[in-house]
Design a binder for this molecule. Structure first.
Ligand code: HAM
Length: 457
């Protein structure tokens, strides 16, 4: 987890106030929250279909949990000392007195659902995926939103390192094979478990106490509460201290070491590239053993001056079941940040909209032609010819202008005369010539033209 101190809140707030004054906008989305506009939504939809397809192919099943959960679920599950619980939750008390929170992450809710719906009686492990909105009141800045979407993959009730590998392989397939992100890097580490971490934390604390004067105010506080978070600090002086601090990887007990070694052997065997990063810490307290983050090697346009943001993070959480349902359910999972991924893909000219691009535009003149055009347009759609029409427009000029903007291959023009004669005018938008075709033959005619154009590519 990155801990960004660069606050652009005040700048963007001033800017938005100015813009509001200029354009007289009365309402706008809450600070740090955003609408997903059509261009981004098309990429969003494309990602959703790729991710669902890959998850189904690995035997994962879909789940959606409630967006509001009991606040205590996150306090206990994610951890009291984490930034998420301390500073970032959108919490409320209902009129009936229930304390609820908009989910800042999905894993605790999925574990809650596992117990609540008796998933323990299903064949184990239970493999689930979830795509949905999360809410964190973070400092708003590029790549860090207050409402965002995650795609979660979780394998519940498997202690095997093979499951850790299965999650990574699936993420690798999505990013590398399906989305063509050839420069992804998996940063992996192990954070040990309740047997080895206490001893490590004792050593880390005593090391940090000796260097306290060299740490920032935040890290000074972290020493007693959450010493491993010092590795996450972006202050140069803290990074210097952290580079010399003892690393958890040297303190792993036999079981954690064996688990990590097996996991890495799987990665090596399947040639999944990774960097061992012994200072990798995650912003949620439930992790045990394996942790990982996925980053893009190249910084993208929107994040040029920021440290590399992770587009996916996850790991093993063997004790979360104990906390939520009083039963040990060793599990592993991860979540992809959809907005960050969309930013990366847009920067690389990822085209999702081409799948929806109309090839034919219907232009009409007069009431009779309007009705006829709309019927023909629907027939084209039934024949799977991507088409568009502007049924609200009367002027032929403005319709042809729109056809031009949509970059269609053909415009089919109908006036009163064509309706009465049972014909249409076909305008080739690339070469500008027109032909008169019988209405009955028009579908086959256009299908042939489009097929020929595709073959000549
Ligand atoms: P996380 O690292 O907090 O982990 O979030 C996972 C991903 O969500 C991040 O890598 C990032 O891409 C995206 N993300 C997080 N915060 C923001 C934000 N403010 N704006 C935009 N994107 C963001 C978890 O949430 C764990 N529940 C993951 C997990 C699942 N571990 C085990 N199973």
């Amino acid at each position: 987890m990155e801990d960004q101190d660069l606050d652009i809140d005040s700048v963007s707030e001033k800017k938005s106030q100015q813009e509001k004054k200029q354009s007289k906008i009365i309402f706008q989305s809450p600070s740090g929250m955003h609408d997903i506009l059509p261009d981004d939504f098309l990429i969003f939809e494309k990602l959703r279909s790729i991710m669902f397809e890959e998850a189904y192919s690995f035997g994962f099943l879909p789940i959606e949990t409630t967006i509001l959960e009991q606040t205590a679920l996150f306090e206990k599950g994610v951890g009291q000392g984490t930034d998420i619980v301390e500073k970032e939750m959108y919490s409320l008390t209902t009129k009936g007195g229930d304390k609820l929170t908009l989910r800042p992450e999905a894993t605790a809710g999925i574990m809650r659902a596992y117990f609540e719906h008796g998933f323990v009686n299903l064949p184990q492990p239970v493999k689930l995926f979830l795509m949905g909105s999360m809410f964190r009141h973070e400092k708003s800045q590029a790549g860090r939103y207050r409402s965002f979407h995650q795609f979660n993959l979780e394998i519940l009730n498997s202690a095997s390192p093979a499951s850790d590998f299965e999650i990574l392989q699936l993420v690798y397939n999505i990013f590398y094979k399906r989305l063509g992100l050839k420069d992804i890097i998996f940063e992996v580490s192990s954070v040990g478990d309740k047997n080895c971490r206490p001893d490590y934390e004792k050593n880390l604390k005593s090391f940090l106490k000796n260097k306290k004067s060299q740490l920032c105010q935040n890290c000074k506080k972290r020493i007693s509460k959450n010493p491993m978070r010092v590795f996450d600090c972006k202050e140069e002086k803290c990074a210097r201290v952290a580079s010399l601090a003892p690393k958890i990887i040297d303190y792993l007990c036999k079981a954690c070491f064996k688990h990590f070694k097996n996991f890495l052997e799987f990665l090596d065997d399947c040639q999944i590239p990774y960097n061992l990063n012994p200072t990798l810490v995650r912003g949620l307290d439930y992790y045990t053993k394996t942790v990982f983050e996925v980053k893009i090697a190249e910084n993208t346009k929107n994040f040029e001056n920021l440290p590399k943001l992770s587009i996916c993070g996850g790991g093993r959480y063997d004790e979360l079941g104990n906390i939520i349902g009083n039963k040990r359910i060793p599990s592993v999972g991860c979540a992809v940040g959809i907005e960050r991924l969309i930013d990366v893909l847009k920067n690389r000219n990822f085209q999702a909209s081409k799948f929806y691009k109309p090839k034919v535009f219907f232009a009409q003149l007069g009431f009779l032609a309007k009705k006829k055009s709309f019927k023909l347009f629907q027939e084209f759609l039934r024949n799977k010819i991507p088409s568009a029409i502007a049924i609200d427009k009367d002027s032929l000029k403005s319709q042809l202008k729109l056809a031009d903007k949509l970059k269609v291959s053909y415009t089919i023009i109908l006036g009163q005369k064509e309706v009465l004669e049972g014909t249409v005018i076909v305008r080739d938008m690339t070469f500008g010539y027109q032909e008169i075709i019988s209405e009955k033959k028009i579908i086959d005619y256009i299908k042939n033209k489009l097929k020929k154009a595709k073959n000549s590519l």
